[in-house]
Structure formats: structure tokens, C-alpha cells
Design a protein around this ligand. Structure first.
Ligand code: HEM
Length: 227
């Protein structure tokens, strides 16, 4: 079987969804670490210099475009798989009680994934688009002129509607990652009593609770500390 044929099968698509999902999980850790400097009380210096470096480093820019492609591939294949699964099971799970949990999870993944996709589009329009194409104010640090993305973000999170949208987005992220992380591990064959406890722990506590909670903390912190 050719690779192109393999990736048009359900198992091939599932593998790609798992691999792209895993890549997106690693991006979230780096993104969270970088965003934490938004809460540093230095008038935005650390965050703006970090954003300027990320925005001008060629390798990171290539990765950033790859990242957007990965998000599109992940969402597209996941939607295709969901539609395929629904078509393959027209009688729903009422006749298959054993499948109730997995059907609930896949429906939940589709709903939370869709909310996340809407969140990401609004998020990119608010910050990434403004930073690269919208013309934002600038600041000068040690003679170096850089975009003042810090002020853009702080102003944006002064609005309670946007903070609420981020909190809802992070709840969707939490649900999506609890099942998504475990599912991607299982797709890669990590389904053994020796590792399952650790995989469930990381899926629930790190990706399902800690990471979404810390992401949600940033807009909430900014809202309550706005100038
Ligand atoms: C809630 C806290 C978050 C804050 C404050 C935040 C902030 C930012 C900012 C300021 C940028 C623009 C950086 C630049 O273009 O140089 C950005 C880009 C981005 N964010 Fe977030 N983000 C948050 C959460 C998330 C989450 C949860 C996701 C994914 C589910 C996400 C996905 C992205 C993506 C894909 C980009 C584009 C990256 C790039 O092109 O380099 N962000 N974020």
C-alpha cells in the first residue's frame, strides 16, 4: 500500500490526527511559557523582546507557518473522521450500549474541537494578525525599536467579554486535551498497564487541568490588574 493510500484510510487519518495533536500539545507548552512574561511587572520589556525575537527569527517563522498548516490538517482530518464514523454508525449507539462512552467522547471531542477552532480564529485575528499586518504601537529598549504587543494584549484583556471568551475557550481546551492526549498516545500504541497510569495522569492533570488553567489565568490576571 502506498503512503498516500494509507493516509486516506481511517487508521491512517487517525494516526495523522494523533501526530498533529501531539505536536500542537508541545506548541502549547512553549506558548504558555512565553505568554507568562505578560504578567511580569516590567512595562512589557520581556514580552515585547520575546515576541520580536519570535517574529523575526527565520527558523521560528518557518515553524510558525508549519504550525498553522498543522492546525488546519488536524481540524480537517478530525472533521472527516467524525463524519465517516457517523456515517458508519447510522443507528447510533442505542443498539450498542458498550459503545456509549466512546461515542460520548468522540461527540465531545468534535464539539470542543469546534469551539477551539472558533477560539483560535478569533485569537489569531486579535493578536497575531495585528502584530504582523495590523500596525501596532512600538516601544524602544536599549535603542532597539520593537512592536508593543504587550500593550495590545493588556488593552484587549481590559474587556470582560474577551476575558470570558478566553475562559470558555480554555474550558473547551481542557475537555479536548483530557481525551485528546490519551487518544493520541493510544493511537501510537502506548496502551499498556505499565504506562496507562502515567498517560492518564499527564492527560488529566498536566494537559486537562494545569495548562488550560494557567492559560485562563493570564487574561483574568490582566483584567483585574489593568491600569
Ligand atoms: C490565554 C492565553 C493566551 C495568550 C495571552 C496568547 C497570546 C498570543 C499572542 C500575543 C500571539 C501573537 C504572537 C505573535 O504573533 O508574535 C499569539 C499567537 C498564537 N496563539 Fe496564543 N495566546 C493564548 C492562548 C492560546 C491558546 C490556548 C492557543 C491554542 C489553542 C493559542 C494559539 C496561538 C497560535 C496558533 C498563535 C500563532 C503563533 C505564531 O504564528 O507564531 N494561543 N498568542
Amino acid at each position: 500500500m502506498k503512503w498516500s493510500q494509507f493516509f486516506s484510510t481511517s487508521i491512517g487519518k487517525k494516526l495523522l490526527v494523533g501526530a498533529t495533536g501531539f505536536f500542537l500539545c508541545t506548541f502549547l507548552i512553549v506558548h504558555l511559557a512565553g505568554n507568562f512574561s505578560l504578567m511580569k511587572d516590567d512595562g512589557g520589556q520581556a514580552f515585547n523582546l520575546y515576541a520580536d525575537f519570535m517574529g523575526h527569527n527565520l527558523l521560528i517563522q518557518a515553524l510558525a507557518w508549519g504550525l498553522k498548516a498543522v492546525i488546519v490538517i488536524h481540524a480537517f482530518l478530525a472533521i472527516q473522521l467524525t463524519i465517516r464514523n457517523q456515517k458508519a454508525r447510522p443507528v447510533k449507539y442505542a443498539v450498542k450500549p458498550g459503545n456509549k462512552t466512546s461515542s460520548w467522547f468522540s461527540r465531545q471531542m468534535a464539539i470542543m474541537g469546534s469551539i477551539l477552532l472558533i477560539f483560535i480564529v478569533i485569537h489569531l485575528a486579535n493578536f497575531w494578525w495585528k502584530m504582523h499586518y495590523g500596525g501596532i504601537p512600538t516601544s524602544v529598549y536599549d535603542g532597539k525599536k520593537v512592536g508593543d504587543l504587550y500593550t495590545v494584549v493588556w488593552k484587549a484583556f481590559g474587556k470582560v467579554e474577551l476575558v470570558a471568551l478566553y475562559v470558555v475557550g480554555m474550558i473547551a481546551l481542557a475537555f479536548h486535551l483530557v481525551h485528546g492526549f490519551k487518544s493520541s498516545m493510544q493511537t501510537f500504541g502506548f496502551n499498556h498497564p505499565k504506562y496507562n497510569g502515567m498517560i492518564n495522569f499527564i492527560g488529566l492533570w498536566i494537559f486537562g487541568i494545569l495548562i488550560p488553567a494557567l492559560f485562563a489565568l493570564i487574561p483574568v490576571y490582566i483584567y483585574f490588574n489593568k491600569i
